[in-house]
Design a protein around this ligand. Sequence first.
Ligand code: CA
Ligand code: CA
Ligand code: CA
Ligand code: CA
Length: 969
Amino acid sequence: MYSAQIQKKDRILEYRSQDSMHLMQRVYTNMSLLITRLMEGIPIITALRSWIRKAKLYLPILFWFLIHSSNAFGADLTFQIEITEEGIYYIHYNTLGNILVNSGYSTEEAASVLQSIDSKTIKIKNRGVEIPIYVSTNTNFTSQDYIIFFGAGIQKNTVKEDNVTRFTNEYPFTKTNIYYLITEGKDGLRMKVRDGAPKEGGGPSGFIEKYHGEMDTTYWETLPDGERRDHWFYGARIFGGTQVSFPPFNLSNIATTTEPFILRYSLQGRTDNFSMTPDHHTVVYLNGQPVDDDYWDGQREREIEIMSFPQAEPFLKSNDNILSIASMVDMNVGNGDSGFCIGETHSDKPCDAVFLNYFEIEYIKTYTAENDLLIFNNQTSPGYTLVGAVQFKISNMNTGNVKIYDITDPLNIYKIENFSYDSVAKTVRFSDNIQKKTRYIILSVSKMVNNIPAITFTRPSNLTDKTNSADYIVITHKDFIEAARLLAGHREGRGLKAMVVDIEDVYREFNYGIITPKAIKDFLQYAYQNWQSTPLYVLLLGDANIDYRDNWGYQNTNNDKNFIPVAMIQSATPGVGEIPSDNWFVTIRGDDPIPDMFIGRIPVKTNQEALDVVNKIISYETSPSDDWSRRVMLISGNSSGVYYPQYSNPDFVNLADDLATLLSVGFQPVKFYADNFGEAVTEFSTAIINGINDVALLVNFIGHGNINLWSATNEAIFTSDDASELSNHGRYPFVVALNCLNGMFPFPAEGLQDGFFVPLAENLIKGSDHGAFAVWTITGFGYASEYTTISKELFNNLFRKKNLILGSATTQAKITAYSNFGVDQENMDLFILFGDPAASLNINGVVSNQDQPQQSDKGSEGGKCFIATAAYGSSLAPHVRILREFRDRILMKFTLGERIVGVYNRYSPPLAVLIEEHDSLKPIVRLILLPIIGLAWFTISGTITHIFIVLTLTGSILMVISLNIIKKI
Ligand SMILES: [Ca+2]
Ligand SMILES: [Ca+2]
Ligand SMILES: [Ca+2]
Ligand SMILES: [Ca+2]
């Protein structure tokens, strides 16, 4: 057994070193590729001159392509449909037309696109599986036509593992299910029809309806064993000795019967008093009637089902039912001080607190429509399903113009026909021959045609295309595409092959459009395993919100949207619970915690914020650095425990001094130690702010703190507010904050239960002309000793090894500290780089490999497809995509092509600037580019085998255009 353990440990160590080596290897390969690429670009111009002459020979062929290229952008229609509630949905021709018009089509184009659809090919898919739908025609889709389908929201899918309920689907991350309407390929599935002609005789008088009561208002971060568990609870803690009543709930059309109803409820123990078993005694009341009494122990889940009372007053009623829960503390429970109680901080209250997660009531309901709609079934009493030829009679239907569907199986939806309607009794009758539990929906047509889902028009993306290659990926939200493009362009200008990825495309290609953080990881893993050259740097551009399902409602009111989600990792440290982590996204190789790409995050909420940060990074990297860039600020909290009697105080001063010794010659440590200021906290604070304003290359803080501040002598010495008021214009430091929680970025500010905090890291990185250009800090809690080990490695990397690329220097620091010095693996997840992982520390005279080649060449900053981008206004315009794809998939595969690309890159950015500035040039350039795009499309589609001809031709035409435009200037 002992040797098995050793073996396991060895294996982990092996992984550690393997991954670390692998990452470094990739950095070097990346660098040498880059240098080779740049060297090749230069001597090609002469060669191209002769191609320009040849180009004229191909003009007739070009003309032919021009005519045919228009098909390249033809119908490949995909509409994305968002469903949050189960129901029958209706999509009319006009709805689709409007969406097309809103996506940039003219009314005529939209009409011609829609009317050219062969209706038989219309299909709707959910999770990649086609569902049967109804389409009003099977010829051309015209202005009278429509589609009907059954859509369902995201169900709460769970599994019980050792009495613990865990999620098995995306329920924790979204309320929205995604369907795709597509119009291509073979004939689509259609709903089948069953005859429902009513027969003589009566039917059941009621069916089992389930009311589910759950409001996710309280987030419990430290829920033990929290992996895939529900962290959201109904209301606040129910403390010992109190009784809590939950909001009233209505049950409609309760059948008159002596049958019992089912009450199911799920409680969660919040406290555990070590000296007591069991901890909790709760009594549950329904409408004032005690219905259950239960004892259980610890911080455990308690799910109870009872079926002892008739569904009648006083237990159940139609309106305003009240569920109450009392925590009894009547079992010789001591106060907080009797025994060791965890999970309870209110010492004035007994050590007992529980949460309600949810409750359910299953009762028998009559077949009565509500607002001309009813979802019902043939389960007529608890545990009994009526089968065979069943007669159904639904009352309270105000119209006979209704639809009835069997919705038992979403993949097998039936329409029930030939029902009868009695306009006096307002009843609909039908019969059905069924052998199992069957669910139906009946609704009026007017209800149905108004049930239009949220639909957007999507263009195909190609993340799963194995011929992709990129060194650098920005995963972003559509709101920040402009800023993402700007930064990607900057990176391309510095030799990295950059790609901007829309998070929606990641969801669509890696989780059928349904939101989950795992889609990001799956995407990166796919790229890592399959792309021709795989990304080394990943930037997440956009803030996250741990309130994925918007329980607190800040996603809209506060713009606290979950732009680019974060992963919540279950901490191995007891009591810590979930920690937000970006590292998890890039642990894609081997079963180990070692990251396999360099990842960073810029947590912004608007395009302006994104542009501010991106411009700051670009300005930082392109400014000449001077002597200021050699000042390294070392700030430390108090070295003794005097000011923090409640904490054990590490020797922060020694730690800061250690870091100073790691600076190489020429760098100037500037020390700001709390001990030197004593009680003069305000002076200390001012000194820090002035120090940063005076400029510093790097600011390192080690000491105590909170989400929004650093502290010393029990007072704040630098806060989020101070960060936003810095005036260090043009000279932006890299800030390393080694305390707790400064990086806690994914909480909606006002949703924090402990108050309003903007994390320091966010305010430091935001702002166009002040603050930091990058921040490296922690999302949770850790130990100063471990932070020091990690920061020493960082200083080693930056100042000794001259590894100035932030993503690389910070990641390698974590890996080395973990692999060689036994620092807890959790630090891998805790540390987050706020900023661009491909950004370099700007040190005069000490230039990293990445910086070297093009530092003086400011004109070359910009995206590789720059001319086309400017002319089309967006690098995501389909035409630009085609050009880009052509470049990436075809051109780059041939030396010749690479050279064309090289030259194109050299000359296009200045041209692009010109095009940007002269709107009148845009249509002209667009026109000139059209045949090239056509060619590119043909080549990508593989319809032509003479790639070489196309290559030469395209390169030549590009040059002709470029030179002609230059002449005009
Ligand atoms: Ca819940
Ligand atoms: Ca206990
Ligand atoms: Ca790994
Ligand atoms: Ca945030």
